[in-house]
Each structure stands twice: as C-alpha cells, then as structure tokens.
Design a binder for this molecule. Structure first.
Ligand code: ASP
Length: 347
C-alpha cells in the first residue's frame, strides 16, 4: 500500500521546545539552541533521500508561551509554502502541542497534505533522547505517498513515541515518560515499528480537487471551568460574569454529569440565555458525554448546555475560538459543536 516518496520535499518548521534545547552547564537549566545546531545532532537527516528545508522561529519558544497569534503565523507559513512541499513537520514543545494541533486542524480547511507535529521529552543532545526517532519518523510520514503518488496522511497529526495520532484527538498525558501523548477516543493513524503501518480507514482521504483554505480568525473570549465536589456558587457566578465571555468549556464528571443544586442550574440557564455557549466535556480521559444518560446530565441539556461528545478539552477550546472568531451566532455555534469539522468528535 505504501511507498516511500522519491524526491519528496518537506518543510521543517522549528518553533522550539525541549527537542531543540541544550543544558546550560552553569545553571543546569535547559536553553534553546538553533536549527543548525539541531542538525549537527542528527547527521542522519542528510541521509534521508528527501529535500528538507527549514523555517526557524527566532528566538525559538517554549510552547508554554504559545498564543493564537503564533497559530496564525504557522498557518500562514504553511499556506505560503503549500505548493512547494509534499508535507510539513512542525517541531513544537510538548506542553501545548495538542492545542496547536487542534487549532491548526480547524484553521487549515481542505488540507490535502500532511502536517505532522512532533517534539521530545529529552533534548536532542542527550544520549537517550526520544527526539531523534520522533523527528526522523515524522519526516518519513510527511513524505509518505501511496502508489498513486498521493500523501498517505493528508491531515494534521501528532507523531510521538511510535504513534501517529489525529492532532485534534490528542492530549498530553505524561510529563515523564516518552509516550507523552494519547488519543483516547480515536485509533492511531499509524504505528511505527520495523515498518510504518498506516490505518487508512481512520485517516482522512485525499481528494484531488480539494483546495486548502487558511483561516486566521480566532476569538479567545473563552474560559474553562473544571468541576470538583464543593465548588462554590461564587466561583461559577464570577466565571460566567467575566466581561466579554462568549463560551465556557465545562469539565464535568463521567458521562457529562454535574451537581443538581438549583443555584448551579440557574447560573448555567442564565448564562445560556445571555448567549454564552456552555460546552460539556468530560473530565475522564476516555469516553463520551451522554447527557441523556443520568438526570444530573439531562438537566444541563435542558438549560441549553451543549454536549462536547468525545471531544478533548484542547479541541473544544480551539474549536470555540475558531467558530466565535468567524462570527457565528450562539445558536449556530451550538449546532456546529455537534458537527465534526476535522474529525475532532465522533458523530
Ligand atoms: N516546556 C517545553 C515546551 O512545551 C516542554 C517540551 O518541549 O516537552 O516547550
């Protein structure tokens, strides 16, 4: 099924993150170094039979400083170089990689080429680094084509520790181990062992006539609120009273359940009536919100809370930024949160 692309070209966009860091011998802290230095640590890059060009952020950034403005910059870089390259690899810090991957999946409508985000838990200069493997395989995947010369994976993905995952389905779930990311609610798109085994049935299909369209409109008037037993009315009231707030991602229990206290339900009802979109996402890593299942979820449905289904919080947040940014009404946003834009929810 698969065939390595001959003379494929890949644009490597280096934003920063642990993968490109080196230890300051005096302070012991990790500091950024540049792409040329990065290449010195991976001489194998030159052995790949692809044209690899690079675009470097200067200075490189820790992904904890990630902002929607940078997502716009990434989307613009990809759009401007779209016709020149077969695929794109983004080197990115792991901390917010799942947010960036989710945002890019919405912002790059009609994407027909691979955009693979990767990084590492250990800097590239460290002997046991996971960065080398992650980077080399990401480049191979970005260049991989089928027998018809079409890209194997024309979508935004994260590749980490041998697994290729749909970007908007991933979550960083381990700050220590090499398997930092998981896609709990969607199968891996490929697994890399001796061979890279793709799962075409789970991958967006390529369409000859599809035109990529870059969207740069995002609105950040969003809040995320995680429920916990004992949460007080003033916390909910203050959150929903934030000036300019347009949407709230509510992290609920289990299959979308929340306290039955009358003040809680009243607060959400009033917020919905004021046009604030409240999206119900479960605190569980795996599984889906089913508000019809228990009374504690059903009453949320009745006061206008919309189901986030099996969405990750990262995906719900960035999808809301995208939809609000495009000026949709609260009613339209509620409808679209229940539709898949880029495979981010199971419908
Ligand atoms: N703080 C780093 C970042 O996200 C962590 C990493 O790269 O793994 O940029």
């Amino acid at each position: 099924m698969k065939e390595k692309a001959k003379n494929a070209s890949v644009l490597l966009i280096y934003t920063g993150g642990t993968i490109g860091m080196i230890e300051n011998t005096q302070t012991g802290t990790l500091e950024n170094f540049n792409f040329e230095q990065l290449q010195q640590y991976i001489p194998e890059l030159r052995k790949l039979n692809f044209q690899i060009d690079s675009y470097q952020f200067d200075p490189p950034m820790d992904s904890s400083d990630m902002e929607p403005e940078i997502w716009k910059k990434l989307v613009t870089i990809i759009r401007e170089h779209y016709d020149q390259y077969d695929g794109f690899v983004i080197l990115h810090g792991t901390d917010t990689m799942a947010y960036t991957a989710s945002a890019l999946s919405f912002m790059l409508e009609g994407l027909n080429k691979p955009v693979i985000l990767t990084g590492s838990q250990l800097p590239i200069g460290v002997l046991r680094t996971d960065g080398k493997e992650n980077l080399m395989t990401s480049i191979e995947i970005a260049a991989a084509q089928d027998i018809n010369g079409h890209p194997m994976v024309p979508e935004v993905c994260i590749f980490f520790e041998n697994h290729l995952m749909r970007g908007n389905r991933t979550t960083k779930m381990n700050a220590e181990n090499f398997n930092a990311f998981r896609s709990f609610n969607y199968p891996a798109l490929a697994v890399a062992g001796i061979h890279i085994r793709f799962n075409p049935v789970h991958i967006h299909s390529y369409a000859e006539t599809r035109e990529v369209k870059a969207h740069l409109l995002l609105d950040t008037n969003i809040a995320v609120l995680k429920l916990f037993p004992g949460i007080q009315e003033n916390v909910i009231v203050a959150t929903l009273a934030i000036e300019g707030l347009k949407a709230l991602v509510l992290e609920t229990y289990g299959s979308g359940n929340a306290p039955r206290k009358p003040w809680f339900i009243r607060c959400l009802k009033e917020a919905s009536e004021r046009g604030i979109v409240v999206v119900n996402v479960t605190q569980c890593n795996a599984g889906t919100v089913e508000m019809e299942r228990y009374e504690t979820g059903y009453q949320l449905l009745q006061v206008g809370v919309v189901s986030g289904r099996d969405s990750t919080t990262e995906s719900a947040v960035t999808k809301l930024m995208f939809l609000i940014g495009h000026g949709y009404s609260a009613t339209e946003i509620r409808e679209r949160m229940n539709q898949s834009i880029a495979g981010e929810i199971s419908v």
